[in-house]
Design a protein around this ligand. Structure first.
Ligand code: AMP
Ligand code: FES
Ligand code: ZN
Length: 314
C-alpha cells in the first residue's frame, strides 16, 4: 500500500476518501481540511480570540491542539461537572494538556454555580442528567465566551450526522437551524464554531494518536443510555457497508441550507439574566430558582437571599 501523495509506504487507509496515506501526509491532509472548513464557513480569522471548550476527551483536546498549531489565538475553557471521579480525571487531563503546551485555561465549576452536582441538579429539575448537563454547559460556555470573538467546540462529523438523523427521525425541524457548522453571533449569544464538523471520529483519533495527545478515553457514566449512541451505531453500520455515507448525509444537508429554512424558535432576553432564550426565563435561571427554593424549604426560609436573587444580584 503506497501513500497517494508521496508514494512512500502508507500506514493509513481512509475508506470514506478511498485514500491511502503515510502518517506525515495524513497530518497534512487533516490540517488542510480543518483550515479549509474554517475559511469556507468564515468561522474565525487569526485576529480573533477563540474560547475553545475542552472536556478532556480526544475531540476537544485535538481541536485545541490544531487551532493553536495553526496559529489561532486560543484560550481553553473547562467546566467541572462534578460527576465523581470522571470529572476529576477530565479536569486533570485538561490541566496537563494546557501546561504541556503552555496554553491559557479558564475553569468554571457547576458546584460553584449551584452548590450542587449534575446528579443532584437532575433530581431537582426532574430531568435526565444529560439534559440538565447539556443545558448548563451551553449556558456557561456562552457566558464565559463574552470577552472572546467566538466559542469553538469539538463536535465532529459523527456527532453532527447522528444529531441530524435524530432530528429528522423525530421531525424536530426547529433544531435543524442549530446544526450549521457556524452559528452567527446573535445579541447575547456568541458566534459558535465547529471546525471538526466534517471530520470523523476515526480521523480525529488518528490525529490525536499521531500527535501524542494524552486524552481521557473514558465516557461520562451518564452517557451510556444516550440515544445519540444508538444513532451513531446505526450510522457506523451503514458506513461499514457504504463508506462516505456520513459525510454525504451531513454535506447534503449543509448544501441544501435546510438549517436556514428550518422553523426558528422565537428568542427573547431572559427576565433574570438577559441572555436570549425561548420564553420569559431561561432554563439556567429557572434551575437556580428551584435550587434556592429547595434550600429555603430545608433551611426554613431565607427570603432575603431569594429576593436578592430575583432582583438579579447573582
Ligand atoms: P458533548 O456534548 O459531551 O458531546 O461535547 C461536545 C463538545 O462540548 C466537546 O467537544 C467540547 O468542545 C465541549 N464540552 C463538553 N464537555 C465539556 C466540559 N466539561 N468543559 C468544557 N467543554 C466541554
Ligand atoms: Fe454531561 Fe455526561 S457529560 S451528563
Ligand atoms: Zn437567565
Amino acid at each position: 500500500m503506497k501513500c497517494r501523495v508521496c508514494k512512500r509506504d502508507a500506514q493509513i487507509s481512509l475508506k470514506s476518501y478511498n485514500l491511502n496515506l503515510c502518517s506525515n501526509c495524513f497530518l497534512e491532509f487533516f490540517r488542510k481540511r480543518v483550515y479549509t472548513t474554517i475559511n469556507e464557513f468564515k468561522m474565525c480569522t487569526p485576529k480573533d480570540r477563540i474560547l475553545v471548550a475542552v472536556s478532556g476527551g480526544k475531540d476537544s483536546l485535538s481541536l485545541w491542539h490544531i487551532l493553536s498549531d495553526l496559529g489561532y489565538r486560543t484560550c481553553g475553557l473547562h467546566i467541572i461537572l462534578d460527576i465523581g471521579e470522571y470529572s476529576q480525571r477530565s479536569y486533570q487531563q485538561v490541566i496537563k494538556f494546557a501546561q504541556t503546551k503552555s496554553l491559557e485555561l479558564r475553569v468554571v465549576s457547576v458546584r460553584d454555580e449551584f452548590g450542587k452536582s449534575i446528579k443532584e441538579l437532575a433530581k431537582i429539575a426532574k430531568r435526565p442528567p444529560c439534559r440538565v448537563c447539556g443545558m448548563v454547559k451551553r449556558y456557561l460556555m456562552n457566558r464565559e465566551a463574552e470577552a472572546f470573538d467566538c466559542l469553538a467546540t469539538g463536535h465532529n462529523l459523527d456527532d453532527e450526522a447522528s444529531t441530524l438523523l435524530g432530528n429528522l427521525l423525530n421531525w424536530q425541524e426547529g433544531f435543524l437551524s442549530r446544526q450549521a457548522p457556524v452559528l452567527e453571533e446573535n445579541y447575547t449569544l456568541k458566534r459558535k464554531i465547529k471546525p471538526f464538523a466534517f471530520i470523523s471520529q476515526e480521523e480525529i483519533t488518528l490525529y490525536a494518536e499521531l500527535c501524542g495527545i494524552d486524552y481521557l478515553e473514558e465516557r461520562c457514566p451518564f452517557s451510556r443510555r444516550a440515544t445519540s449512541l444508538i444513532y451513531k451505531g446505526v450510522l457506523n453500520k451503514i458506513e461499514e457497508e457504504m463508506p462516505a455515507t456520513k459525510l454525504r448525509f451531513y454535506k447534503g444537508f449543509i448544501k441544501r441550507e435546510y438549517f436556514k429554512g428550518g422553523k426558528r424558535e422565537e428568542l427573547s432576553p431572559c427576565k433574570r439574566c438577559g441572555y436570549l432564550t425561548v420564553g420569559e426565563v431561561c432554563n439556567f435561571c429557572k434551575l437556580k430558582e428551584k435550587v434556592l427554593e429547595r434550600k429555603n424549604l430545608t433551611e426554613g426560609g431565607d427570603d432575603v437571599r431569594r429576593d436578592s436573587y430575583l432582583k438579579g444580584n447573582h
